[in-house]
Design a protein around this ligand. Sequence first.
Ligand code: NDP
Length: 288
Amino acid sequence: MSANKVTVIGLGPMGEAMVNAYLDNGYLVTVWNRTRARADAVAARGAIVAPTVEAALSAGELIVLSLTDYAAADAILAQAPPSAVEGKVVVNLSSDTPGTVRAAAARLAAHGAVQLTGGVQVPPPGIGTPGASTYYSGPEDVVEKHRATLEVLTGIDYLGEDPGLAALFYQIGMDMFWTGLLSYLHAQAVAEANGISAQRLLPIALKTMDFGYFLEFYAPRISEGNHEGDVDKISMGEASIRHVIDTVEESGVDSSLPAAVHGIFARGMEAGLGADSLTSLLKVLRRQ
Ligand code: NDP
């Protein structure tokens, strides 16, 4: 039955977790991966390894792509004739920019295929677990038609018809994720340089990185355009980050990350925003 068939192209950690989730749920899974040996583990569990990209595409209607980026998807799809995607639903769960994703959706549409864009919100061990979710965008009726199959992987957070939307929300999330996580690693390097272990820092890191209070405080003020320096001032932040950089240097740790943060505060000061709140740095970031 076609409802229980799926093709997965891309067997990195994420694609492999997806194949395993489908196998666990009794799906007939066809796979293809550039490096054939990476398919061995899922083949041993019953996945069918397609000999060619064309064979992988012809195995069913729903094609899941889990690749490093859309250039990888292009390189793979170019190995099959363009007509091989006709009538297919290509669920691209690879990371890329909204513009790249929209262009890919248009190219697929020109060959009679529909693209659903997805931005997975969990790491590979989260696939198939309750509470996991993925941003999706593209035609809503196609999402609904394949809801059961998509939900084997994660819940569906549907954002709208524009194929770029899921990529946009995903990249906004990654903007917070990478800078936030790197700030944790940087703090850990300073801690280690001073003999403080990761376990010792953990409760402090958890408390410090719990930004919920600040987000709820600042979001309405940003919406109102209220950047009043009644609670915090850029001048205070700029001095504080200088103290951080000095502490980092004293500890013998690389200070390029706090230096980049300081650079943004310094531009706020140069723009005459010293007496305003941190949120007025949006004017610097927007390049106003
Ligand atoms: P990887 O970067 O490890 O994915 C590698 C896959 O892409 C492999 O199948 C690899 O093939 C293939 N690939 C890369 N370049 C090419 C190319 N030029 N031609 C053909 N195939 C290529 O990523 P993950 O598996 O970790 O993740 C997949 C996607 O999911 C990424 O876009 C990632 O951003 C996203 N994601 C990942 C999360 C994670 O925690 N891992 C969390 C949320 C989203 P080969 O085996 O031959 O190298």
